[in-house]
Design a protein around this ligand. Structure first.
Ligand code: HEM
Length: 519
């Protein structure tokens, strides 16, 4: 509970509550007369005082920010947070560049403007990421993602070796093999039925196997990827803003913890196997191998004592950070291309040109670099529907965010990415899917990179962003060559399902048919 008042906040306690009724003059309900003199009376008075205090504290923190004058006792806007909707968020963002709400006495400031969003992300002395409450139970409290300040920066520096161009180049072959396998499976399923199928779960499975393949290579068996994939949905479902506080059997968080245990066991085994393989002189074939090789290089000066468990926890943090966002990004890339055949034609024309009609030749990073139109498609798809709409941060001290407002310490402050990514000045016709806006180096989109908040900004900016965009590009390139797909548009296709990240509400119904590339 964030009840502590911060004296450095530039707010002052209001002398009265809503409608200017002083607290002391609130009429005592007549039924209280019946219990006056009893301990029940005392209890009720204490209860009323606490509820009045709750309101006073909320108003003290909120000051002039837009938002309800009163908060619903105890739960606040809990009901809204249980079923988040894009319309609800847009309404909240439209209410002001900064606006206030409260959920279970957690005071929350929503920041909708691009300036405030960037300020929050780039002010580590005032605010740190604050994953949803359940994240600590699922990721485990000693996971590196919960480090802050200098220790976070140093730990993260050590992980950068896993995302260098050289490392990403190694991952391409694994990604392509897994992608081909899954797309062939999609085609085989499509052959059996004339009905379109939602790709929500099949795309998630493809991403899971790709991630585990890239992270662990052959150090993890294929059936482990299937098992982790089956259980992982429980983790996604547990990522609500507010969960039942105890992880009792049957609760979402309990199920997510069981899923994490399975995943960590396999990842630990993979770390163990990778260490053995590298000690026996194997060439790096995955992220774990790359990591072990890096820390064993003669000139390496950083930490070397990573246990299997710690390595597994790092990989699990990557899975946690990427599984939903990558799936969202990939599904919308499929949907956008199906809805824009003229753009699909250009993607295919580029594939023909860059690969000179030789589609059996393995993809490489160098080939992908030459596919500039494809890269623009991926960038634009992620902009139009950013997988992550916002990231909750927590103020570690009073944060003077604006001249006339200081966010009290221990509040949640949530920068929105959506409005920055739909800024009309930088992205004319912001809701339209126009990859061409990324082709001219002088376009407002390219000259205002600070607006592109798909991967956040500042010290916690996504560590996997190059890998993520490359992976979506690789899947789309492979699919565009291998198959045609038609979007079966339903009334829910363009509605947003918000489960940690954003998905088409109907799961994106597509009908796949094989494509001949002989022509
Ligand atoms: C389309 C896919 C992805 C999207 C949209 C995405 C987006 C984001 C966003 C918005 C953040 C928070 C940034 C901030 O607070 O400023 C983040 C953080 C992070 N992402 Fe990603 N991400 C994606 C894929 C990945 C992948 C593939 C990985 C790893 C393999 C990854 C690993 C991480 C990690 C570890 C963090 C936390 C970084 C830190 O705290 O230092 N993400 N991502």
């Amino acid at each position: 509970m964030a009840l502590s008042m911060d004296r450095s906040a530039s707010a002052s306690i209001p002398s009265s509550t809503a409608d200017n009724v002083p607290l002391y003059s609130l009429p005592i309900p007549s039924f209280l007369g019946l219990v006056k003199g009893s301990s029940l009376y005392t209890t009720v008075v204490i209860l009323f005082s606490l509820l009045a205090l709750e309101q006073a504290v909320y108003r003290y923190k909120k000051r002039h920010l837009p938002g309800a004058s009163w908060t619903i006792p105890i739960i606040g806007k809990f009901a809204d947070s249980m079923s988040p909707s894009m319309e609800g968020y847009k309404k909240q963002w439209a209410s002001g560049a900064l606006s206030a709400i409260s959920v279970f006495n957690i005071f929350i400031v929503m920041a909708s403007s691009k300036e405030y969003a960037r300020k929050i992300l780039n002010s580590p002395t005032y605010a740190e990421p604050c994953l949803v409450h359940s994240a600590k139970q699922i990721l485990l409290p000693d996971n590196w993602v919960f480090l802050t300040g200098k220790s976070h920066v140093e730990y993260r520096r050590g992980l950068n070796a896993l995302f260098t161009r050289k490392a990403i180049g190694i991952y391409v072959a694994i990604q392509e093999a897994i992608c081909n396998k899954h797309l062939d499976r999609w085609l085989a399923t499509a052959k059996k039925t004339s009905a379109s199928q939602p790709i929500m779960m099949t795309a998630r499975h493809l991403n899971m196997e790709t991630s585990l393949g890239v992270f662990c290579g052959s150090h993890i068996p294929e059936h482990a990827a299937d098992e982790i994939n089956d259980k992982y949905w429980a983790i996604t479902q547990s990522l609500e803003l507010v969960n039942f506080p105890l992880a009792l059997p049957g609760t979402k968080v309990y199920k997510a913890i069981q899923a994490r245990k399975v995943a960590l066991q396999w990842l630990e085994l993979a770390a163990h196997n990778s260490k053995i393989a590298m000690a026996n002189g194997a060439q790096p074939e995955c992220m774990l191998d790359e990591w072990i090789q890096t820390i064993n290089e003669p000139g390496y000066k950083g930490r070397k004592d990573f246990s299997d468990r710690e390595m597994a926890m790092v990989l699990f943090s990557f899975l946690f950070a990427s599984q939903d966002a990558m799936s969202s990004g990939l599904i919308y890339a499929f949907q956008h291309l199906a809805d824009h055949p003229e753009i699909m034609d250009k993607v295919r024309e580029e594939q023909d040109r860059v690969r000179q009609g030789n589609f059996s030749k393995p993809l490489t990073l160098e080939l992908l670099d030459q596919m500039t139109y494809l890269q623009a498609v991926v960038k634009e798809s992620l902009r139009v529907v950013p997988p992550v709409l916002m990231v909750p941060y927590k103020t570690t001290r009073a944060f003077p965010i604006a001249d006339d407002y200081t966010v009290p310490a221990n509040s949640m402050v949530i920068p929105s990415f959506f409005l920055s990514l739909h800024d009309e000045e930088v992205y004319p016709s912001p809701d339209k899917f126009i990859p061409e806006r990324w082709l001219d180096p002088q376009s407002p989109a390219n000259t205002n990179p600070q607006n592109y908040l798909v991967f956040g900004s500042g010290p916690h900016r996504c560590i996997g962003l190059e890998y993520a965009t490359m992976n979506i590009a690789l899947v789309i390139a492979t699919a565009a060559v291998k198959m045609n797909w038609e979007h079966d548009v339903t009334p829910r296709s363009y509605l947003y399902e918000i489960i940690a990240t954003v998905f088409p509400k109907d799961g994106c119904y597509l009908k796949f048919t094989p494509r001949s590339t002989d022509a």
